[in-house]
Ligand binder design. Sequence first.
Ligand code: MN
Length: 292
Amino acid sequence: MPNTPELIDAVKSYNPDIDIAVVECAIEFAKDMHEGQTRSSGEPYYTHPVAVAGILADMKMDIGSILTAILHDTLEETQATFEELEKMFGKEVAELVDGVCKLNRIESKTIEGKQAENFRKLLLAMSEDIRVLLVKLADRLHNMRTFDGIKKPEKQRRIALETLEIYAPLSERVGVHAIKSELEDLAFGVLNPEARDSITKRLSFLRKEGTVVVDNIIEELNALFKESGIEAEITGREKTRYSVWKKLQRKNVAFEQLSDIMAFRIVVKSMEDCYAVLGLIHGRYHSVPGRF
Ligand code: MN
């Protein structure tokens, strides 16, 4: 459960000069305003905005974002007014909170395809200050993490779909990859829990077999390129359950054949190096026929 001291510590850790009193004041204000309200889990409501602020603190966001997160539901869900927020926390924060509130208001029906694209554009355009959108995304993430409280299956489905179609792509768009992956994974678990379980099992089987060896391969590649005097920056990752699932559907491969579970990115300085690196990799590893 998120708590106040943890949030304060997190904020202090990357911003030692921060005025902690104002953060505490915002938490007190949210606590007072949301008094008597509870989350569907039964927890007092203010734990939600504090947790949302915690997500943003993990991203080392500025004090304005942290305060906005703590206060993000006060305008909409409580008696608090814009003027009050402005007086206590300044115009900037009041406007940010108002911005989040506006985004919440246009949250609507389930949207797919072209409409989803338009809706994403609208949300982006309405977030004149990108922090508004970041608070909104962190809000959605915390709501998805605490999804169990939602009882009606139709509502669960609608929220999960919206998360997948709107908020995950938006997270990607604004560069918060960690939020995108987690949103996708959580929504996937709601929409298709059996598939997600099967992929989890398959991945842990492959891991046990020693097939998932991202670090070893990076090391191998580094050595390989060094021998040839090529400077390259290599990053690698294990694919997420949801991206594995998307691939399975796209390629229509059987589950037992699922082996494409790692991805690497190699950045070199010139086009010559790029082709040289490709040659080296093909010399060392077999390519899958028909897939290169
Ligand atoms: Mn909220």
